[in-house]
Structures are given as C-alpha cells and as structure tokens.
Write a protein that binds this ligand. Structure first.
Ligand code: CU
Length: 330
C-alpha cells in the first residue's frame, strides 16, 4: 500500500475510491456540459446580434419590430426545460444514493467527533470488549498526520458525526470519495461510504473553524479485511504502530487522544496555539496543572487569551496521568 509519499490536499481526486464517486462524477460532467451548451446558446447569439446590429451597420429605418414568433418561443421554452430536467434527474438520483444511509446492522458504525482542531473516531467494541478511540490531531503537513480512520475494503461505513456544544461548525471532506458533510455542535449528522480500493485518503475540514482550520487533516486508511480484523481485535492505536517504539505511558496516550499536542509543544519551546509545556512541571504545582486542564480560563499565562483552550471534562484519574506526563517532560 502507498502509505505516505505523495499525499496532498487533492490526493485521490482522480480516482473513484468509493462506490458513489462514479455517480457524482457523472452528475458533475452532465451538469458541466449542459451548462456549457445552455450558456453558449444564450451568449453566442447575444454577441452575434450585438455585432450584426451595431449602430454603424444598420439604419434605424431598416429595423422592423417583430412582436412574436411562436415556434421559436416554444423551442426556447421546451429545450431548456428538458435539459433542466436532465440535470435535476442526475443531481437528484445521485443525492439520493449519498443521503440514503445503509442499515446499521450491515454497517461499521463509527462515532465521529470534530472539535478545534482534531477528529475523534470511536469504534464499536471488539470481541474482547476493547473500544478503539482514535484521535487525529491536526498537523501542518498532511503526511505527518499520525492517525486516522481505519476501515476494511468493500465494507459500508456509517459515520455518525457531531461536535461538542462549546465548539464550532466543521465539515468532513474526503476529496477522493467526493464526500462532504457538515458537523454541527450538539446535533448529529450522518454520512456513509463504501471504499472499494485499498489505500490512504486525505480528510480535510471544509468549514472555516478558526486558527488551525487549514491544517485540520485526517486520513482514511482502507485496508484488506484480514489486516483490518487483525488490528480491530487487538488494542493497538493503529495498525501501523511502530513495534520498536517504547511503550507509551497512560498519560502520554491521554495527552495524544485529547489533542493537547495540536496546541502545545512539549519537547521544544515553540509556541503553537498555546504556550509550550516544556519544563512546565518545574514552574507550577500539581494543582495548577490539573486546573489548567479542567478550567483553563482560571489562570491565563501572559500573552495568551481565555476561551481558546476548551475545558476538558476528564475523570480525575486521567487528569492526574496527564499531569504526571507533563511533569515528566523536562
Ligand atoms: Cu474544522
């Protein structure tokens, strides 16, 4: 599988990776060509007559007014109407395919939460009862986006999408799939797809959502059923986990799942959206760090603003693990 060398914002746009891509492309090209024909049939005569009846070419007394021409009027009413009906037919039937959700019993149902600026995927429990929760944190480079949505080839996938109440609008856009659906705080929107070609596809946010909107990427990795099953029945965060990498601590894993890394660097001093957390354990006590996660607007460090970091409603044990992780980052 081609994993990460040539991803860009339009990766896969030329390929029909999902079942309905061909319908959408067909509807698009029919729209395109009918629009060209209708456009030209108005513009070409307009320019022609403007030229033919220019002032220097025709004397006023030669102009006769005709008040109507029945065959012509019937033609210019019926032909565009028929063409419009063709457009409507392809637009409507394609829309219907896209908006008719498959039954949940025959689909892989994924809960998807979008927030500033990450995508969280939650799977149904596997045989051992483990629930995969995967966070795709934004990155300036698409190819650096570490995690995504892993699905088997040929499987209907139903996305149930929402955003937290204190967040903003986002839109889940997969160019290779010709698929885009808004995500609205506090409401659930749905989208389905069935990917027929294994590979890696870029996901983008298509609704302006603030500072890191243009970097709010994720990816969909379409895998062979056997590879998918092997990962799904285990507990690894992704099927491509580096086996030689040191085991993540609970705190680091939570730090990643909650998208802290999208706004804070922790092993360098660089300022992303929020302050760098490098060496933060030496500056503040445990209580301050815990409060900074659950009530970020309480103390605002110099040069930053309230209302940017969302308050995280996490269990105390998880907050304690994240604090431990921050304290360990020197
Ligand atoms: Cu967004």
């Amino acid at each position: 599988m081609d994993t990460n060398n040539t991803l860009n914002a339009l990766s896969g746009f030329h390929s029909g990776a999902v079942s309905f891509a061909a319908d959408i492309d067909q509807a698009f090209w029919i729209n395109f060509w009918i629009s060209i024909v209708l456009g030209l049939s108005v513009l070409a005569p307009m320019f022609y007559f403007a030229w033919k009846y220019r002032e220097s070419n025709v004397k006023d007394e030669d102009i006769s007014n005709s008040s109507h021409n029945t065959p012509l009027e019937i033609a210019w009413t019926l032909i565009p109407t028929a063409l419009m009906m063709v457009l409507f037919y392809y637009g409507y039937t394609t829309m219907k395919t896209l908006r008719t959700m498959p039954a949940e019993s025959e689909s892989l149902v994924i809960q998807l939460e979008a927030s500033k600026w990450k995508w969280k995927y939650e799977y149904p429990a596997n045989k051992a009862g483990h629930v995969h929760k995967i966070t795709s944190v934004y990155d300036k480079k698409i190819e650096n986006v570490k995690r995504g949505l892993y699905v088997p080839v040929g499987q209907k996938v139903l996305l149930k999408m929402t955003a937290p109440l204190n967040d903003v609008l986002h839109a889940y856009y997969v160019p290779a799939f010709r698929m885009k659906e808004d995500i609205v705080p506090g409401r659930m929107t749905k989208q389905w797809f069935q990917a027929d070609v294994a590979g890696e596809y870029v996901v983008e946010c298509a609704e302006y959502c603030g500072t890191a909107h243009s970097y709010m990427y994720s990816k969909i990795v379409v895998m062979e059923q056997a590879d998918y099953d092997k990962w799904f029945e285990g507990t690894e965060k992704s099927p491509f986990e580096d086996a030689s990498a040191p085991q993540m601590t609970k705190g680091q894993s939570l730090y990643e799942d909650n998208g802290c890394a999208g706004c804070h660097s922790i092993d360098t001093d660089s300022i992303l959206v929020g302050p760098s957390l490098k060496g933060i354990g030496a500056k503040y006590d445990t209580k301050y760090l815990a409060d900074a996660i659950t009530a970020p607007d309480k103390d605002i460090p110099e040069g930053f603003y309230p209302g940017i970091m969302p308050p995280f409603a996490l269990p105390d044990a998880d907050v304690a693990e994240i604090v431990k992780y921050m304290q360990s980052a020197k």
